[in-house]
Design a protein around this ligand. Structure first.
Ligand SMILES: [Zn+2]
Length: 310
């Protein structure tokens, strides 16, 4: 059981920055701070910063008369949640870092380690745009595309900590090369970066995905074509997701969701066209913005605490 003054120390570690917070068991954030990850310093220095920041947050909680009861840390890449190990991460440089045990030793608190997109999905499914649905697919679209399948408030991790890599569903066999080494993956066609890249290729003018959306809406034919191709590919990926998971709600987050109706209107239509006997999911924008990872890390820590005290 938790009482009124209890908080969780939560950190969402990204390639460039760390979002950190003290979160109450009901999901309310009582304090938030941000720090630079500065991944170029190497993984050991990043781990040092994570532990220092977490310890600082626990101290801040105590100084404010609050009781830190657990710690949750979200990191990108491949994460073995059962062993609490950051297995691999391209943008932070982690290779088999036992982050959960390191934090537990430093803080003396039960600690959980989670994957950034999976805990983001956890937060959206329990506190955000998917909160009325038992079966939710959260899809984060930014520089890459990744997903979390959340059933009754729990996100599937996979046998090797790599569930939800929807960005590497093959959608265009003759498409552009993906960072993973294979051509035609969903994220090579429909991520925000891919849209910008494609537009630059066909128009000779560099642009962000948001600018492509703006130009498409303003009637520029090239932008319209690039945007449409990306939406079609996304709909292919989501239709595959729906065939696999049969969710009630698909929550789209990440930078591309900022395009609003310019994304959601055509995407809803394209997804509708692709579904035959499958039930059509509700398609909605994420509600928690860039706080989802931090809130999800806190939820994961609370879940761990509940399991340990059972
Ligand atoms: Zn790929």
């Amino acid at each position: 059981m938790t009482s009124g003054d209890e908080v969780v120390v939560a950190l969402d570690v990204g390639g460039t920055g760390m979002k950190c917070a003290l979160v109450r068991p009901d999901g309310a954030t009582v304090h938030a701070e941000r720090h630079a990850t500065d991944a170029a310093r190497g993984p050991e220095a990043v781990v040092g910063t994570i532990l220092d920041v977490a310890e600082g947050l626990a101290g801040k909680a105590r100084a404010d008369g609050l009781t830190p009861v657990a710690c949750g840390i979200a990191v990108p890449g491949v994460v073995d949640e059962a062993r609490g190990v950051a297995v691999w991460s391209a943008n932070v440089g982690f290779r088999d870092v036992p982050l959960r045990d390191l934090a537990r030793e430093r803080l003396g608190l039960p600690t959980a380690l989670g994957h950034d997109v999976r805990v983001g999905g956890l937060a959206e499914a329990r506190l955000g745009a998917g909160r009325d649905a038992g079966h939710v697919l959260f899809v984060a679209i930014g520089t890459g595309i990744a997903a979390a399948h959340v059933v009754d408030g729990s996100a599937a991790v996979g046998a090797h900590g790599a569930a939800g890599e929807i960005g590497h569903i093959l959608v265009r066999p003759d498409g552009p090369p993906c960072g993973c080494g294979r051509p035609g993956c969903l994220e090579a066609v429909a991520s925000a970066s891919a849209i910008g890249r494609r537009y630059a290729e066909v128009s000779g003018t560099p642009a962000t995905a948001a600018e492509v959306a703006d130009r498409a809406a303003a009637g520029e034919p090239l932008a319209g074509r690039v945007w449409r191709e990306a939406v079609e590919a996304l709909a292919d990926g989501l239709a595959t997701g729906q065939a696999l998971f049969d969710v009630a709600t698909i929550v789209i987050g990440g930078g591309l969701a900022q395009a609003g109706p310019r994304l959601f209107d055509p995407l809803r239509t394209a997804l509708h066209e692709r579904l035959t006997f499958h039930r059509e999911p509700r398609l909605v924008a994420a509600a928690l913005g860039d706080q989802a990872g931090c809130l999800g890390a806190a939820l994961l820590a609370l879940d761990t605490l509940a399991k340990e005290s059972r």
